[in-house]
Design a protein around this ligand. Sequence first.
Ligand code: MIC
Ligand code: SF4
Length: 646
Amino acid sequence: MAKSLTQKILEAHLVEGRLVPGEEIAIKIDHTLLQDATGTVAMMEFEALGLDSVRVELAAQYVDHNIMQADNKNADDHKYLQTACARYGIHFSPPGNGICHQVHMERFGVPGKTILGSDSHTPGAAGVSMLGIGAGGLDVAMAMAGRPYYFPCPAIFGVDLRGELPDWVSAKDVILEMLRRYDVKGCVGMVIEYFGPGVKSLSATDRETIGNMGTELGATSTVFPSDENTRTYLMAQGRGTTWLGLSADEGAEYDRYDEINLSMLQPMIACPSSPGNVVTVTEVAGTPVDQVIVGSCVNSSFRDLMVVAKIMEGRRRHSDTSLHINPGSVQVVENITQHGGMSLFLASGARIHEPGCLGCIGTGQVPGTGQISLRTFPRNFPGRSGTRDDQVYLCSPETAAAAALKGVITDPRDLSKEMAYPMIKNPEQYAINAGGILCPRETYQDIEIKRGPNIKPLPNMESLPETLRAKVAIIVEDNITTDTIMTAGSQVLPLRSNIPALSEFVFSQIEPDFHKICKEKGNVIVVGGENYGQGSSREQAALAPRYLGVRAKITKSFARIHKANLCNFGIIPLIFKDPRDYEKMNVGSSIILEGIRKHIESGEKEIPIKTDGTTIVALLDVSDRQRKFLLAGGALNFVRSELKKA
Ligand code: MIC
Ligand code: SF4
């Protein structure tokens, strides 16, 4: 049978299960990726497993999210991570070296391998034809311990690319077009596999852009063939020998099919406040813009920054519009400097920042009240920028540059009246800053791990009672993001390894007293709509609520990573059997899950819930392994007791 490339990679890594969409499978993980904001707790979880060193082909830890050292907290966490990496045999990329996805692709990416990252944009590894999957920190810690990764077998969505992108239209417009077609939950449970003649017109970093933001479609991952462009990129990175040609078989069949004619695409833009709220740039042209930021893990490659630099050449930004450049890595900074890009930025009035996530996770670059910000980032969830009622648009580097010049949202094709489209050629050989990453030594057992006062032990979690009695603490609508559940930003991020302090910010954007309400009520339940928990992989969006007493969530549907994180931390993810029951729920109502332990133990899928004198039915669609986690009060409890038995 003709196979898709995704099938081939999955088959080559399959450890348990059958490749039937929806059934739980386990795959071998070749590379693991941690970033600091999720990685500090993940590293503590790895330590709790009691191993001497990592048991995976390559493990890397990046410090890119929480890089602002405004007090001791982040610096303490960075020292902890650096010493723990040295101790356990993990590559360490220090603050300022770059954003995890960009740097991993530059230095380590290898076609056909699997990578599990504690960051939802790990599918950006599609740029070099890896199967990249985002997961909670605990799942990544397990993979670092050599355990396989368990997840629902994805359906495979083949997207046939035809034609070539016109001038002024780039890879970001391709993924925005996908978001226009499928919105933020249109590809849940799928791997998107691009193929067809149009693929060869996209460079490795273009493919990274498209793979990275597949996450915004709800997809499990994205895959591109490995071809001459992949080889060219790896050679330019001085790693040509790691190249391997990979593609789907002729006539491979897909569970879903669509095609995009690249030649017909126009500049696209996602309007506030969802990456799925996409229109053509012409539809919103003329809107005044206060701030433009080019960068993030999705659009800060050499080409993406150079195209903006060339558009700005000999011109200045509009006086009412600030222009920020957030490079993806030190390597990008070095290369754009050598090619004159940095001088062009400086002359244009741009502000140059150090490589890192920065404003993308609300650390700095927060827009002023009522201001409009245009960003080349992957997400514009409500309030994520750090400003309440923010107005953030997502667009390509070309559209961002056009707005920086004109001060209003502008179709970049209009610039062709005054300049030729700058065609950027990637360097044949990138300048490589190999010392940017600290590589593990051969013997490391003697290294002392330094723990500052910001590192608090993980809270203990009780196992599930026979019957669960709780109160409804909050009811939220559809598409609630993990940014709403567990906000980020420069005030809150430094608390990521201090769960008691962090828990005071759960749902703080919509109910600042949530933590107090939980303390009054004891065990609590959260009620949500469709696609609950979309967005980030942050397990703190499960861990901190669990610390506050959240023992179950009842929603219309869950996003994949958040649902897995809930099971990992002993919160029961229930789905209304009849979605209309959502309307029957009231804040403050009592909820009784009678005999819940027995229901879970016996593998029952339908769980009766008593509330306000009626009984409704919810579905528990989790694997046998996850049932054990729920009973134990979380995966760590379960794994610890298994290790004790062993
Ligand atoms: C994001 O883009 O939302 C983040 C911040 O990178 C998160 C990780 C986190 O919350 O630390 C993600 O994508 O998983
Ligand atoms: Fe960092 Fe933003 Fe990328 Fe997340 S999406 S990894 S915050 S740059």
